[in-house]
Design a protein around this ligand. Structure first.
Ligand SMILES: Nc1ncnc2c1ncn2[C@@H]1O[C@H](COP(=O)(O)OP(=O)(O)OP(=O)(O)O)[C@@H](O)[C@H]1O
Ligand SMILES: Cc1ncc(C[n+]2csc(CCOP(=O)(O)O)c2C)c(N)n1
Ligand SMILES: [Mg+2]
Length: 275
């Protein structure tokens, strides 16, 4: 067991752990860290882009639970060298995401540190939470969008090559309205942050199912992390309805497997705690 899984297993045996967020009394609580040299290097993105993405990766978890983000608590560790202009750029990024998703920042903490580190808690609302545990035998398994480019762009950045400012690595694309619209047909869902193969392993564990793949999924597609696409399962009888809604919202669907008895394990390791 890797250190991440070992720690999570021992920190709590609460039933709330294991989903993209914890559902309690109509609200979903989720948090994600966005740290310099772990999630980005300062040369790769502007401060506004960094702040914006730190919010988006958090909002992604809320959407995957079929919850509407409402409030954010924001902790920021700021390097000493940052000027007021730098701080303004950061606030612009946070505010842009808040405006786009109608979120209020209701608190947080600000400290000084060597690196720029951001931790965000999102409080979101839902009357119909979707968990990772709900996939049923026979369900179709689907992800949205196109996978692979994010990892390629990350590799380029590591080689000091330039990438487009429209890259999903810089600016992930979320599809909240599409997902809220199909939510009544969805049995299980999560977002793709670690990569399809690793996230399928999590889905398999949570729902106690395996997968029968309709075609081979290449490594390029399967190990690309930080895609923030949606991964979900649904009963075959809802396929046409979901496809129609996807068309309306211009969302690409990839129905790539069927849930079956068994379990799915990937040979690929989580990038966290590699060594
Ligand atoms: N330090 C921690 N203390 C308590 N619970 C944790 C801790 N770290 C993770 N968890 C919980 O463990 C589960 C898995 O966490 P993980 O970070 O893998 O979530 P994820 O949504 O799969 O990934 P991502 O962080 O990329 O969104 C979640 O329910 C999360 O709330
Ligand atoms: C400097 C740097 N090194 C590596 C990566 C790749 N990376 C970081 S976090 C993550 C998955 C989701 O993480 P989390 O579970 O924390 O949300 C991936 C693929 C990066 N973006 N920047
Ligand atoms: Mg998630």
């Amino acid at each position: 067991m890797n250190k991440e899984d070992f720690f999570i297993k021992h920190i709590s045996n609460s039933k709330y752990i294991g989903d993209d967020g914890a559902f309690i009394d109509g609200f979903v609580y989720s948090m994600d860290a966005f740290f310099e040299n772990v999630h980005f290097k300062k040369e790769w993105m502007s401060l506004k882009q960094i702040a914006y993405k730190s919010m988006i990766v958090n909002i992604s978890d809320a959407i995957a639970m079929n919850a509407k983000p409402k409030y954010a608590l924001l902790s920021v560790a700021i390097p000493k060298t940052y000027t007021n202009k730098d701080l303004k750029s950061l606030t612009k990024g946070f505010k842009k995401a808040c405006k786009e998703f109608d979120i209020k920042i209701i608190g947080g903490d600000t400290i000084q540190n060597e690196k720029l580190d951001i931790s965000i808690t999102i409080v979101s609302k839902t009357s119909n939470p979707i968990f990772r545990t709900g996939a049923k035998n026979g369900d179709l398994v689907c992800y949205t969008g196109t996978l692979g480019e994010t990892r390629k762009d990350l590799e380029k950045l590591f080689k000091n090559d330039k990438i487009s400012k429209n890259s999903k690595f810089i600016k992930p694309i979320l599809n909240p309205e599409f997902f809220y619209h199909i939510s009544k047909y969805v049995n299980a869902s999560m977002d793709i942050s670690d990569g399809l193969f690793l996230d399928l392993e999590k889905l398999s564990k949570s729902s106690k199912i395996g997968f029968e793949f309709f075609e081979n999924i290449s490594e390029d597609i399967g190990i690309s992390g930080e895609e923030y696409e949606l991964l979900f399962t649904f009963d075959e009888k809802n396929k046409e309805k979901i496809e129609k809604i996807a068309k309306k919202y211009n969302v690409k669907l990839n129905i790539f497997a069927k849930a079956i008895n068994g379990e799915f394990k990937t040979e690929y390791k989580n990038h966290h705690f590699k060594d």
